[in-house]
Design a protein around this ligand. Structure first.
Ligand code: ZN
Length: 330
C-alpha cells in the first residue's frame, strides 16, 4: 500500500467538516471495502483522477488503455468538493489514483482511507518547480497565513508544467501496464507536442499586450503559475487566498483592492468559473474597470461548454486575458 502524501493537511483543515459526509460514505462502502480491485472486463486500467483538468491530461495519455473516473468534474470546485459514496466506490475499484496534491484536494486522504482502496497514488506536482503566494492581495502580502497551503497548487496554468505532468502520468501508467508502454509513450509524446504548441501560441498572444497592462487581478490566487510563465504581475485577488474556502473579504479589504486596481491602471479584472462572480462585478464597477469574460481556473467547463479540455481552457483564458488587457488574440 502506498504512502499517503498529505494526511496532516486534510485532517487538520477539513477533518470536522468531512466527518458527517464520510460517515455516510463509509456505510455506503461496506460492500466494497477490502475487496481487491479487479481489472475491467475490457482489459483497461481503472483510474481515478481527483479533478477535471487533470482528468483530461490522464485521458490524453491513457487513451484506450484506461477507464478514467473524475471525482470533481467540470465546473466543480475541488477546494470545497464534497465526495459522495459513488466517489468512494470508484476509489475502491481503482488501480491508480492521480492527484494534484499541495492541498488542492483537502478531502482526498480521508476518502481514500474510508474507501479501503489499494490504488497506487501519483501526486503529479511532485518534482515541479513550485511557487508560493508572496504577492500582495486583499489580505495583505503573504497570502494564506495558515502554513498549510504555502505552496500554490494551481500548477496547470503553465503549459510547461502540464508537459512535466504528462510525463509523470505516462510513467505511472507504464508502471501499471508495462505491456502497453510503447503505445502510452506515443500518446504522451503526441500530447506533449500539442502542449508545446499551446505554450508557443500563448506566448505569441501575450507579446501583443502592452507591457504596462500585463497585470492580473482575480477572485482567488489561482493564476500565479500563469503569471510566472507568461510574464504577468499579480496585483491582487479579492479573496487573498490560494483556496476558495477563504471567508468573504471585509469592506476594508475590498476598498484596499479597489485602490490597488486604480493605482496599477489595469483596464480589466477577472472572475473565475469556480467562484461567484458578483463580488468581482462589484469590484470592477467600483474601480471603474471592465470585468473580462469569466476564466476557467480550477475546473474545466461542462462537456458542451467553452473549456471542455485543458487545451481549450488555456486557450480560452489566454484569449480572454490578452483581449481584455489591450492585446490581440488573433
Ligand atoms: Zn484554486
Amino acid at each position: 500500500m502506498p504512502e499517503l502524501p498529505s494526511v496532516t493537511w486534510a485532517m487538520s483543515h477539513r477533518g470536522r467538516h468531512l466527518a458527517a459526509a464520510l460517515t455516510a460514505i463509509v456505510f455506503g462502502l461496506l460492500a466494497a471495502c477490502g475487496a481487491p480491485a479487479q481489472p475491467e472486463a475490457n482489459g483497461r486500467e481503472p483510474v481515478v483522477v481527483t479533478f477535471s483538468v487533470l482528468g483530461d491530461l490522464v485521458r490524453n495519455v491513457g487513451g484506450d488503455y484506461v477507464t478514467v473516473t473524475v471525482l470533481a468534474g467540470g465546473g466543480v470546485d475541488s477546494h470545497t468538493f464534497s465526495p459522495s459514496a459513488a466517489d468512494g466506490a470508484a476509489l475502491a475499484g481503482a488501480h491508480l489514483v492521480f492527484e494534484n496534491g499541495l492541498g488542492f484536494e483537502p478531502w482526498l486522504d480521508d476518502l481514500y482511507r474510508a474507501s479501503g482502496s489499494h490504488a497506487a497514488l501519483t501526486v503529479v506536482t511532485e518534482g515541479l518547480p513550485l511557487i508560493t503566494a508572496n504577492w500582495p492581495t486583499a489580505r495583505g502580502a503573504g497570502g494564506d497565513q495558515s502554513g498549510l497551503q504555502s505552496y500554490d497548487p494551481h500548477v496547470w496554468h503553465s503549459a510547461a508544467n502540464a508537459i512535466t505532468m504528462t510525463q509523470k502520468i505516462r510513467d505511472a501508467l507504464v508502471l501499471a501496464d508495462p505491456a502497453n508502454a510503447a503505445a502510452l509513450a506515443v500518446n504522451a509524446d503526441a500530447y506533449s507536442a500539442q502542449l508545446t504548441d499551446l505554450d508557443a501560441r500563448i506566448r505569441a498572444m501575450v507579446e501583443t499586450v502592452p507591457a504596462e497592462n500585463r497585470v492580473l487581478v482575480t477572485s482567488h490566487d489561482s493564476l500565479g503559475y500563469f503569471a510566472h510563465a507568461y510574464g504577468f504581475t499579480i496585483a491582487g485577488s479579492a479573496f487573498g487566498s490560494l483556496s476558495t474556502e477563504a471567508a468573504d473579504p471585509s469592506a476594508g479589504e475590498i476598498a484596499d483592492l479597489i485602490e490597488q486596481i486604480k493605482a496599477t491602471g489595469v483596464p480589466a479584472i477577472f472572475a473565475e468559473n469556480v467562484e461567484n462572480s458578483e463580488l468581482m462585478e462589484q469590484i470592477a464597477r467600483d474601480a471603474g474597470v471592465s470585468l473580462a469574460p469569466t476564466l476557467f481556473t480550477d475546473a474545466l467547463s461542462a462537456e458542451d461548454g467553452d473549456a471542455p479540455t485543458y487545451i481549450a481552457l488555456m486557450t480560452w483564458n489566454a484569449t480572454a486575458i490578452v483581449t481584455a488587457l489591450g492585446g490581440s488574440a488573433g
